[in-house]
Design a protein. Structure first.
Length: 673
């Protein structure tokens, strides 16, 4: 643990990737260094867990929507980065060293695979959403799978059992396993997350899925890393990238499990054996040069085919260069089958060391330049200032509102979230502090800046509005307990807190009722009334909800009461992040269409209309209550866009002057939660 602490600090001071420090630590403290630690079963177990965890995190990190749109590029990269090293390595090994064909083919597969090792650097630089990185991540699964299939085929050929029957059985087992994991695990995960709200249990479920899929992959004849990656893909939509669970997963992996994997790899390296054997030096030069040139050639071909920049090509080269898990597995099996001698085994260790150092260096050097250029672009198109206020009163719904606030945060925004509690008198301040203390812990677990706010006021409306004015918040999220009783609905009576806040604010405002965790949402359905696009805040509201859909890995459906013209479709498609987007016309009525689209794992987002604005529609503003009565357990958000200041009530006194029982409600939503 001291090595995990100190050596990365030293390498960072030398402007080197910190993972190099941990690899060096493995060399120094391992059996081929000062002998402080043996590479015993404990180290091997922790290293295996770290390897599986690293691959699992790569699956979680993938943007499935981007991967789906760019699957052709991912497949292309996977095939290229497999075939080029496989063919070149096989031919050179056969011609230069006179190896048998099975040995030459197996040695070629050693060059074709690669590890996710340098992905940690790309993640820290914010590059994992770039198109080339998505293609590399998706292609890694293909190239590693093909390399392991070559290993299985060569192993069976040496035993005389290779043939169409064996290959068909292996492919059938692999396909069935992948289908069960990718389609079955998300269903099980959503069922579990809806019924168990404890964050520790969610993490334990994730670890169970990781280890279970790795073990089952081993049983069906695949490497456990394939099962771990599929588990990451399957859990991807259940673990939002900026949420609490994702932060816990990456924090524990990057600080404990992955360093143990790097340490175990470093402990394999014996520099003395390399220096003392001429054949080992010869094979090490051949293998290292071949893999560097072939992986660089594959990245260059991708650049030429798809027109990527030079920086992206170098990043792809660095990401696909490190040789670790699959490489070691192939070489160890080849050594056991007596296809590889000790010189190849030792040369492989040298190749692993060189590529594990060079790959992250390439990603860091090129990635910094690409990230700097991206930052300059971001500064030119930076989103507006955003500060989110979240009034809280119900501890049971607080975490759900905070999770939604995390999803809504704009990527360039470093402002703290502002959970608010309004105490009706001084004696209630202690309860407000307990409520906000829990919210601070929840947001801190996601590494989101937080600034709790307490106001003492007998009127919740006045307390909320004063807190909003003092904090200069630009967005507010209010919870909603649900529809009113039939008596209140018939006589148009409610307590009016939400109505008063809506009337007295002109910034973006969300009134939310979540009946299931935000992480299990699969569909975000946005309903727009006539002339919604004419409101000043229409574009930013659409962009915010597209960002939510993207972070959740959900699809977004836009429902309108009238056909959308092509210009408005393009405006919606161009706003904010890219996500899976569809448009639906509601010829039979918006309420009926929304009821049909509602259901498990759907979030209905209704465009809110304030009185006096161009999109005002009294019937539309009763839609949320109608749907809440019509569809049991539906999750609903009413999203009010930013409007011009002249439409906003200027004084709080007028809003709160009348007793609640005499006030006619405009929106009929009821008490905030």
């Amino acid at each position: 643990m001291a090595a995990f602490l100190l050596l990365p600090l030293i390498t960072n001071r030398l402007r080197l990737p910190d993972i190099i420090g941990i690899l060096v630590a493995g060399i120094l403290v391992g059996p081929h260094g000062i002998g402080l630690l043996e590479r015993d079963e404990t180290i091997q177990l922790l290293g295996t867990i770290g390897l599986l965890y690293l691959v699992f995190l790569a699956g979680l990190e993938v943007d499935l929507a981007d991967l789906s749109r760019k699957r052709a590029r991912a497949v292309t990269f996977g095939v290229i980065t497999f075939l080029v090293p496989q063919v070149v390595g096989t031919v050179l090994a056969w011609l230069l060293f006179d190896f048998s064909m099975p040995t030459a083919i197996l040695l070629g597969s050693v060059f074709s695979s690669h590890s996710f090792l340098a992905l940690l650097i790309a993640k820290r630089l914010g590059l994992t959403e770039r198109e080339m990185c998505v293609a590399v991540i998706g292609g890694t699964v293909i190239t590693d799978t093909l390399a392991l299939l070559v290993l299985a085929g060569v192993a069976q050929s040496t035993a005389g059992d290779f043939g169409p029957l064996f290959l068909g059985k292996l492919l059938l087992q692999a396909g069935a396993f992948a289908a069960v994991v990718v389609f079955g695990l998300p269903v099980l995960g959503r069922w579990f997350f809806r019924r168990v709200s404890d964050g520790g249990a969610h993490f334990a479920f994730m670890m169970t899925a990781l280890s279970g899929c790795g073990y089952i992959a081993h049983l069906v004849g695949l490497e456990p890393i394939i099962g771990a990656f599929l588990a990451g893909l399957a859990m991807n939509r259940l673990v939002p990238h900026d949420g609490v669970l994702a932060n816990r997963a990456f924090f524990i992996g990057n600080t404990i499990f992955v360093p143990f994997f790097l340490l175990s790899v470093g402990m394999l390296i014996d520099l003395r054996m390399v220096i003392g054997d001429v054949r080992t030096i010869e094979m090490a030069l051949f293998m290292t040069t071949t893999v560097i040139v072939c992986k660089g050639g594959a990245a260059w071909l991708m650049r030429k085919i798809f027109g990527y920049s030079r920086g992206d090509a170098v990043i792809a080269w660095g990401l696909s260069l490190p040789q670790a898990a699959t490489t070691l597995a192939v070489v160890l099996v080849g050594h056991k089958l007596e296809l590889f001698d000790d010189a190849i085994l030792n040369a492989t260790i040298v190749m692993v060391l060189v590529t594990c150092v060079l790959g992250p260096l390439l990603v860091q050097v090129a990635g910094r330049r690409v990230a700097a250029a991206s930052d300059q672009d971001d500064e030119q198109t930076a989103e507006d200032f955003q500060r989110i206020l979240i009034p809280l009163s119900n501890p049971q719904s607080s975490d759900a509102l905070l999770d939604l606030a995390i999803m809504l945060r704009r990527p360039l925004n470093d402002e703290a979230l502002l959970p608010l509690s309004v105490a009706s008198h001084e004696g209630a301040v202690a309860a407000s502090e307990r409520l906000l203390g829990a919210s601070v812990l929840h947001l801190a677990a996601a590494e989101v800046p937080v600034k709790p706010v307490i106001r003492v006021d007998p009127s919740p409306v006045v307390g909320i509005l004063r807190a909003k004015a003092e904090s200069r918040s630009t967005c507010m999220i209010l919870g909603w307990t649900g529809p009113e009783s039939r008596w209140q609905r018939n006589f148009h009576l409610n307590r009016g807190i939400i109505d008063d806040v809506v009337e007295a604010t002109g910034d973006q405002l969300l009134v939310v009722r979540l009946t299931e965790p935000i992480a299990v949402v699969e569909r975000v359905v946005v309903a727009l009334p006539l002339l919604a696009h004419a409101e000043p805040g229409f574009g930013e509201l659409i962009a915010d909800w597209k960002r939510v859909a993207k972070r959740l890995g959900a699809t977004m459906t836009v429902v309108t009461a009238h056909p959308l013209d092509e210009g408005l479709r393009e405006r919606i498609a161009a706003a904010g992040s890219k996500c899976a987007l569809t448009f639906v016309g509601a010829e039979q009525g918006v309420a009926e269409q929304l009821a049909a689209l509602a259901g498990p794992h759907a979030l209905l987002v209704l465009f809110g209309c304030r009185a006096g604005t161009i999109s005002w529609d009294g019937t539309w503003n009763r839609m949320a209550t109608r749907l809440a009565h019509q569809v049991e357990g539906v999750s609903i958000a009413v999203a009010y866009p930013r409007i011009e200041p002249r439409h906003v009530t200027q004084t709080v006194a007028r809003v709160t002057a009348q007793p609640p029982i005499l006030r006619r409600a405009q929106i009929l939503l009821g008490e905030p939660s």
